[in-house]
Design a binder for this molecule. Structure first.
Ligand SMILES: Cc1cc2nc3c(=O)[nH]c(=O)nc-3n(C[C@H](O)[C@H](O)[C@H](O)COP(=O)(O)O)c2cc1C
Length: 212
């Protein structure tokens, strides 16, 4: 099925039969140094939404798991495999894909950007994206060194994910963690949160009112 490049209705495809509930946000981190802000991002979102986290193996070098809110479960590649034992068991990346109303990948590493653009799916995060229903919003907030950001591959990959309907929250220019100055730093957590929330609420006014 071809993905639409039109902005999707955030709520159009959410099946809710049990009355009002909070939005379900799947917050994912890949292996940028900006993942040190992931716990803070979880706090921002969890005050408004039901949040589940996904972390790549590389991102775990930067995430302080003790700082993640208690009500946010952080899933890793280990969980993907330990939760499946035999035929008939649920498959974590499919369950998370079904559960989420919106997915937000922040930070998005150059590597995960390339994998998404190429359709690769060799870990929990990229399997969720590979199975994603593009009628539901998917936001990405890239974070990488300026040399990586300015590399020609970045533009190619951004064009591809734009065609899929993925929403870009652009990086900003500032002094980077490595000491270099330039574009490539992840947008502020508050910007990421407000972008997603505003998008969601503007769509909520147009459609389904079962989600508060
Ligand atoms: C200290 C350190 C910092 C890094 N920071 C970044 C970064 O900001 N952005 C990025 O795209 N890659 C960064 N990398 C490289 C990624 O971690 C590497 O490409 C990794 O394979 C990404 O895996 P993932 O996309 O599965 O999370 C960094 C690597 C190291 C060792």
């Amino acid at each position: 099925m071809m993905a639409s490049s039109e902005p999707p209705n955030a709520l159009e495809y959410v099946q809710v039969n049990t009355g009002p509930r909070k939005p379900r946000i799947l917050l994912a981190a890949s292996g940028s140094v900006a993942a040190i802000k992931f716990a803070n991002l979880c706090h921002c979102f969890s005050e408004w939404a039901e949040v589940k986290g996904v972390a790549t193996a590389a991102s775990l070098h930067f995430i302080d798991r003790t700082a993640i809110p208690k009500d946010v479960t952080l899933y890793t590649d280990e969980d993907e495999w330990s939760s499946w034992k035999k035929l008939g068991d649920s498959v974590l990346h499919i369950e998370l894909r079904k559960w989420a109303d919106i997915m937000v990948i922040a930070p998005l590493s150059a590597n995960t950007l390339a994998k998404i653009a190429g359709g690769l799916c060799d870990n929990l995060l990229t399997c969720i994206v590979r199975a994603w229903d593009y009628n539901k919003p998917l936001f990405v907030a890239p974070a990488m060194n300026t040399f990586m950001w300015n590399n020609p591959f970045t533009e190619r990959h951004l064009i591809t994910i734009d065609e899929l309907g993925i929403n870009l929250i652009p990086p900003v220019t500032k002094r980077l963690a490595c000491g270099d100055y330039g574009n490539g730093a992840m947008a502020e957590s508050s910007t990421i949160f407000s972008t997603v929330r505003l998008f969601f609420e503007s769509k909520a006014h147009q459609g389904n009112s079962n989600i508060s």
